[in-house]
Design a protein around this ligand. Structure first.
Ligand code: DAU
Length: 341
């Protein structure tokens, strides 16, 4: 019972990769997931045989169930990864983002506040994003910089970060907020840029780039992010915010070219596999970039996966795990979102 941890949203991309790491470190992991379009049991198929893994279908908005789970498992930590995460979806359906990312976190905080009274050592790590800082045309965002979210998605994450901090200040709960840059790696839903390009390379489709493809993101391999979360769990300070980034910025055009090049070394790509510039995303942030000196200096963490190596590993994973796709709705992979408002 001593090493119980809860991961919310553990059927998703970062959640399932984090569970893999936690199981390896011998934690007992309770995965809570509401099973949404991006939840994929393929992501956790190897965990089911393990004694220290338990899946519970549960929405973070369900207080009764969350209270019961907390009281039963008495976790040392809750890693909150349950969230709606796709910017384009948030443009079409912002309400779902408010329900999951704001009301869900509010509910989780209320449950955790109650639970914390008798379980003072337990902590909540709320996983957030670099998008809360908004468009960063120059320099890199630091933890104390102003939040200026551009999309409904980013605004809901910003709200939840504020809520978490307010509970730390007001109710003295043990909680930490982490703000990470763009993740990529195995098990990511192909609605996102990198897995979308890989899917399209494998399936002989055009590679759609929004606008002129010059928008820049800071790309971090998911395992590096998960290692940072573990480090924060072990030695992070309550009430703090930690940026987690790789310092590796690239524009989308370069990412697409690199992936197409990698694809050509691994498969015979079809004639449709070429870049196609398409209508831009509304409100599209030009650049995100984090200053991650705090976590480096205070906790001794740094990302270690180079971009080319990380992209190669990711491509290979999708190539060797094509059953991953069979669990997803095809229209969720191929449909262009964020244009219908
Ligand atoms: O920065 C961290 C954030 O990264 C996370 O908080 C979000 O949950 C995650 O979705 C991601 O947000 P982005 O909007 O940056 O990721 P996305 O993969 O949707 O897009 C990355 C860039 O690629 C962005 O400039 C839009 C562009 N793009 C995206 C898609 C899906 C394209 O050009 N074509 C595409 O088909």
């Amino acid at each position: 019972m001593k090493k119980n941890v809860i991961v919310t949203g553990g059927l998703g991309f970062i959640g399932s990769n984090l569970i893999k790491l936690l199981l390896k470190k011998n934690f007992k992991v309770i995965n809570i997931d509401k099973i949404s379009y991006s939840s994929n049991f393929y992501n956790t198929k190897d965990f089911n045989v393990k004694k220290n893994y338990k899946f519970i279908k549960c929405n973070i908005n369900n207080s009764k169930k969350i209270n019961n789970i907390l009281n039963k498992y008495k976790p040392l930590c809750i890693f909150n990864l349950a969230a709606e995460t796709h910017v384009d979806r948030s443009i079409d359906s912002p309400k779902e983002f408010i329900e999951s990312n704001i009301l869900g976190v509010f509910n989780l905080l209320e449950c955790f506040k109650k639970f914390s009274k008798k379980n003072k050592k337990s902590r909540l790590i709320h996983i957030s994003t670099d998008e809360v800082y908004g468009d960063i045309l120059k320099n890199r965002s630091k933890e104390n910089d102003t939040y200026k979210p551009s999309s409904p998605y980013a605004a809901t994450k910003a709200s939840s970060d504020h809520l978490v901090y307010s509970y730390v200040r007001t109710y003295k709960i043990n909680a930490i907020v982490t703000n990470c840059s763009n993740n990529y790696g195995p098990r990511q839903h192909p609605e996102k840029l990198i897995p979308k390009i890989i899917y399209n390379c494998i399936n002989n489709k055009n590679v759609p780039l929004y606008g002129d493809g010059k928008n820049s993101r800071e790309w971090i391999y998911v395992d590096d992010h998960c290692n940072a979360l573990l480090k924060i769990f072990k030695s992070g300070k309550n009430g703090e915010f930690y940026n987690i980034g790789s310092n590796l910025n690239q524009n989308n055009l370069n990412i697409a070219k690199l992936l197409i090049k990698i694809a050509k070394t691994k498969i015979e790509t079809g004639k449709n596999v070429k870049i196609k510039f398409v209508k831009d995303r509304p409100g599209h942030d030009f650049r995100y970039a984090l200053n991650s000196n705090k976590i480096k200096k205070k906790l001794g963490w740094k990302s270690s996966t180079g971009l080319k190596k990380g992209l190669e590993k990711t491509f290979e994973w999708y190539l060797n795990n094509q059953n991953y796709y069979s669990k997803l709705k095809k229209t969720d992979i191929t449909k262009r979102l964020g244009q219908k408002y």
